[in-house]
Design a protein around this ligand. Structure first.
Ligand code: NAP
Ligand code: ZN
Ligand code: ZN
Length: 351
């Protein structure tokens, strides 16, 4: 079996460090990928520190993977050696439940297999993610990546891109809509770019006054400092849709009141602690909805990658070396990321 190297957390309170493990040889249906870049999602931090519970250690995070195919199994028809490909948050699902059949593998009734900390059906134990030099994945869970785009900037599309694209599509965001995006981090900055490309008027809500110029450069038509009540008031009853990407508990009512009749706020951020419960009155007052959304299905992820290629959309990234990951996590906690860390896997060396 091929040896793999990566970075793992050995316990919730420990820094990530060098780790060696095994990957499976490709089965007939598998694609083996040499990882070139892996994005750093806030979910990686939540899970490496067991903030959601259920993390099995050692934990090798990483689910924004791009690289080149190095080997394929005998029945693989979708990919060949040398192809540029991506892997996102899932590496398998039951493939037979109604949701899987409809292309909603992320909502698999039997639970999808996460790219890391998922049940590894081949090797036993849990799956290991993209903070590593190679990965073996079933062809149906591998994505085609355009060679025309900057590969490192494509990596974050595999989670931050699809997690924002999917709800924007599902709630029908289009020209003429006023769309709020809450939080300018990895997910938020992709939401701004994608909502803008879908034709919406985009209002970005941030707690960081130093991000105003960047938000405008990224495509926001308006930027609101969310701690400023007067600025918030000016947007009451006006937004068709809000995508809330914030990774910490906060007052949801402050945003619900900004929705117009029949507007929806969809939560994609998953803080370690719950938000304070919103006031029912703010929901009934304008028949507003509060919703949630989880990543996106495989077919929709391919659609998103193609949409981004067509519109020239990639993530704004800060490239880091593998051994800078712990410092990157600390900066992420301070909302100090412009706007996604991406690990250059060429910096991961055998010890
Ligand atoms: P991130 O890069 O750290 O961005 C989060 C942003 O939220 C920050 O940049 C900051 O933006 C804002 N923020 C942080 N703390 C805040 C606070 N106390 N009050 C208000 N705003 C605050 O994180 P990310 O990678 O985009 O992920 C965001 C969340 O989505 C995480 O919880 C992650 O686990 C979750 N997630 C969910 C899915 C899904 O399928 N639903 C997929 C991926 C990630 P400003 O500086 O602009 O205020
Ligand atoms: Zn993620
Ligand atoms: Zn299923």
């Amino acid at each position: 079996m091929p040896k793999a190297i990566g970075f793992a957390a050995q316990a919730a309170d420990q820094a990530l460090e060098y780790f060696e493990f095994e990957r499976r040889d490709p089965t007939a249906d598998d694609v083996e990928i040499e990882i070139a870049y892996c994005g750093v999602c806030h979910s990686d931090l939540h899970q490496a520190r067991n903030e959601w519970g259920g993390t099995v250690f050692p934990c090798v995070p990483g689910h924004e993977i791009v690289g080149k195919v190095t080997r394929v199994g005998s029945k693989v028809s979708k990919y060949k050696v040398g192809d540029t490909v991506g892997v996102g948050c899932m590496v398998d699902s039951c493939r037979t439940c109604a949701n899987c059949e409809d292309g909603y593998e992320q909502y698999c009734d039997n639970g999808f297999v996460g790219t890391y900390n998922g049940e590894d059906k081949h090797m036993g134990g849990v799956t290991f993610g993209g903070y590593s030099n190679r990965i073996t994945v079933a062809q149906d869970f591998v994505l085609k990546v355009s060679d025309k785009l900057d590969l490192a900037g494509v990596a974050p599309l595999l989670c931050a891109g699809i997690t924002t694209y999917s709800p924007l599509r599902h709630w029908g965001v289009t020209k003429g809509h006023k769309v709020g995006v809450v939080g300018l981090g990895g997910l938020g900055h992709m939401a701004v770019k994608i909502a803008k490309a879908m034709g919406a008027e985009v209002v970005l809500f941030t707690t960081s006054p130093n991000k105003v110029d960047d938000a405008k450069r990224l495509g926001a038509d308006h930027v609101v400092i969310s701690k400023d009540e007067e600025q918030m008031k000016a947007w009451r009853n006006s937004l068709d849709f809000i995508l809330n990407t914030v990774a910490a508990p906060h007052d949801l009512d402050a945003y619900l009141t900004l929705l117009r009749l029949d507007g929806t706020m969809t939560l994609v951020g998953v803080p370690a602690e719950s938000h304070p419960s919103p006031a029912v009155f703010n929901l009934i007052a304008k028949r507003r909805s509060l919703a949630g959304s989880l990543i996106g299905g495989i077919a929709e992820t391919q659609e998103m990658l193609d949409f981004c290629a067509e519109h020239g959309i990639t993530s704004d990234i800060e490239m880091i070396a593998m051994d800078e990951i712990n410092e990157a996590y600390e900066r992420m906690l301070k909302s100090d990321v412009k706007y996604r860390f991406v690990i250059d896997m060429a910096t991961l060396k055998q010890k």
